[in-house]
Design a protein around this ligand. Structure first.
Ligand code: HSE
Length: 436
């Protein structure tokens, strides 16, 4: 059988890793796919840069559109990231009848609904395993391995850079900016690193996971997004004292009223396996009604871990090139005409427990005022620590854990507490999840 001909757009970290993995494992890959897979053409912006891969026997170009319009290419692999020109390239490739493999989470989260609909009309596949959690085959696990389940919730550490930063802060007391710069040097961080630290990257990935888990359209704009940039070393230390770790989580939960869709720093009991996922590693817990909780763990970023997912998609596409388009696994796990219009809930209607840290005056009655406000809003305190004031200071740190409460109630209680003359400045709050 003729080899499958692949064109790669982008020879950076992931593109370079993909070339290397396809070359190194060519024999085994051909045995799995049933035919050999060769990269015939690749594009990069600039060929003067040092590359991590050997481009021998690959026709090189600086024009990515030359790849999508090449009649000899069967599969276009888009690895440049970002919305433009990735969207134009992918749309053109599909219109030319080519299958697409992409690692581009922004593209899928923001434009996936239109891209999949176009791909279905053209009878081609768009595979995107590498878009979520690097090397972990989480798309395949949810879309196929768990397809017999009614999925209840999923929660994941899905940004390697953020997890790397939080881990270094906790274990080594390192400075936020210094660790972020290391993550950039290692090729983990996004071109715009605010995407990593402000929760945008995790929200792209959560959008995709929620869609395939619950059979809903991709709805990035409805995700609540909060990053790790305001987490301090003292929050990390107080959480630890109370038996918790702070992780940046993406949470998607089905409730009777709708779907919760949110990314934010979260306290997790330290005995949970996912609380012990460190460095650039990612992990996702998926809870199904039949299987119970399942945990998927692995490298969430980096050249070869991400290439592992890209190459698996290329093999998948190669295997199904001849199969009837109607009988392929649907892009978003559920048949396109069977997606649900269940609403995504506003944050006000989300229920979680909380970690609160405030700075209060050191005199009688102060804690009583705070407790009264919480009681008026039906918020019950689970744990409380009060620290000694620092030398020469009249205020002391008070840290509280609460039971579950609707976000709306907590917002109102925090506003009232912040108005107390005995409370100094803003109250820090971090949501908590028991993940039972
Ligand atoms: N910037 C991303 C991360 C890369 O740190 O997880 C992988 O998507």
């Amino acid at each position: 059988m003729n080899p499958v001909r692949v064109g790669v757009i982008g020879l950076g970290t992931v593109g370079g890793g993909t070339v290397n993995v396809l070359r190194r494992n060519a024999g085994e890959i051909a045995r799995r796919a049933g035919r050999s897979i060769v990269i015939t053409k690749a594009s990069a912006r600039d060929f003067r840069r040092d590359r991590i891969c050997d481009t021998k026997d690959i026709e090189l170009t600086t024009d990515p559109f030359a790849i999508v319009s090449d009649p000899d290419i069967d599969i276009v692999v888009e690895l440049i990231g970002g919305e433009s020109p990735a969207e134009e390239l992918v749309v053109q490739a599909i219109k030319q009848g080519k299958h697409v493999v992409t690692a581009n989470k922004a593209l899928i989260a923001l434009h996936g609904n239109e891209i999949f609909s176009l791909a279905s009309r053209q009878g081609v596949m768009v595979a995107f395993e590498a878009a979520v959690a690097g090397g972990i085959p989480i798309i395949k696990a949810i879309r196929e391995g768990l397809s017999g389940n009614h999925l209840e919730w999923l929660a994941g550490i899905i940004n390697g850079t953020g997890n790397f930063i939080l881990t270094e802060m906790r274990e080594k007391g390192r400075d936020f900016a210094e660790v972020l710069s290391e993550a950039q040097d290692l090729g983990y961080a996004e071109v715009d690193p605010t995407f990593d630290v402000e929760g945008i990257d995790a929200a792209h990935k959560l959008t995709i996971l929620a869609s395939i888990a619950f059979g809903i359209p991709l709805q990035f704009d409805k995700v609540y997004k909060e990053g790790i940039s305001r987490i301090t070393r003292s929050d990390v230390a107080y959480a630890e004292e109370l038996g918790y770790r702070i992780k940046h989580l993406g949470v998607a939960r089905r409730t009777s009223k709708g779907i919760e869709l949110r990314v934010h720093p979260t306290l997790i009991p330290e005995r949970r396996l996912i609380a012990n996922v460190n460095g650039v590693m990612n992990a996702i817990v998926v809870k199904g009604d039949a299987v119970g909780p399942t945990l998927y763990y692995g490298a969430g970023a980096g050249a070869e871990p991400t290439a592992s997912a890209v190459v698996a998609d290329i093999i998948d596409v190669a295997r199904t090139l001849t199969s009837d388009p109607e009988n392929r696994v649907p892009h978003l796990a559920f048949q396109a005409d069977a997606l649900s219009d269940i609403p995504v809930l506003p944050m006000d209607e989300v229920e979680t427990s909380y970690y609160l840290r405030l700075s209060a005056e050191d005199r009688p009655g102060v804690l009583a005022d705070i407790a009264r406000i919480l009681a008026n809003h039906n918020i019950s305190i689970e744990a409380l620590i009060q620290k000694e004031p620092l030398e020469g200071e009249s205020h002391l740190p008070v840290i509280m854990l609460t039971h579950r409460v609707f976000e709306r109630e907590m917002n109102n209680a925090v506003t009232e507490m912040e108005k107390l003359p005995t409370v100094n400045g803003l109250i820090k709050r971090i949501r908590m999840e028991a993940l039972r």
